[in-house]
Design a protein around this ligand. Sequence first.
Ligand code: BTN
Length: 336
Amino acid sequence: MPKTKPALPGTTDRRITALVTLLAENATIVISGARIAREIGVSRSTVWRWVQRLRELGVRAKGHPRTGYYLEKVPDLLTPDMLKARLKGSLFGKHIHHFLKTDSTNRVAMELGYADEPEGAVVLAEEQTAGRGRAGRSWHSERGTGIYVTLLLRPKISPMQAPLLTMMAGLSARVAVQALTALTVDLKWPNDLLLAGKKLGGILTEMYAEPSQVRFLVVGIGINVNQERFPPELSAIGTSLRAQTGRSQSRMELLVRLLREFENDYNRFLREGAGSVTERFEAVSSYARGKRVSVSNGTENYSGVTAGLSPEGLLRVEREGGSIVTVIAGDVREAP
Ligand code: BTN
């Protein structure tokens, strides 16, 4: 008997995904509750409960148990079935773990890494309750509006090179956003995606490594897609694609493009090394060269002008007096 791995606790019940697929494949046609119940193998009352749950996620499912159900619009849910169909032949199309709600896709992906899950596994959530940001911050992860995705990778690189994958993910996301919306994202070293000077998204790479060799790493990407408003503390600094374009955008289309770009960039990085990332990053980031910035690294605050990237992808800053410092970690902000 072939062994199938048990599903991760908390992942979306495959029958909910089957319900979405059944409705989507018959969009605008009313399907009776009894037929749905029969086809996906649950009771009619479960179908009703799940339809209500899907509505909370923004799925436009009409009807009720007596009349049957239909979809007004094909939903923009990131279900593994639909994603796999779009990612045939891709490194990221094989092991997709989807959650309606989880604490953090990075946390789940790290666990999968320890459990020998293969390279290319994808963890996705419609909502995160404890999304992780850089420097111990949290990542606001409103249900059904953003992309919250983490990729598990097992590259044969040294831990020193891991930050290059954060920057690389920024480049991939930049191309994907441009393809979908024609908007040009700016990249702020090392992990911010900016539009109109506000934060559109961010990347958080975490790893398990020995001193000279990465065992695995996870690249978590958060992109604000259809948020209409942010909590008060973020409203002045955050933005979304919807806010910038004035209309709702397809999370599925953006995610597919992002994963395809990421795979190309990753293969190129493995073939050609750090230069394939640092050169492109320098060329497109307004922060890489000639920007007045202030840097705080926890122990010290200083200001200066950015002076390109080191071969390992660290930011160089020329301080007043002419000395060049390399920022290893820390917050970089545009200075007035
Ligand atoms: C930052 O800019 O501070 C990094 C934000 C990274 C957020 C993403 S959302 C998906 C993944 N899961 C997490 O818990 N964090 C990352």
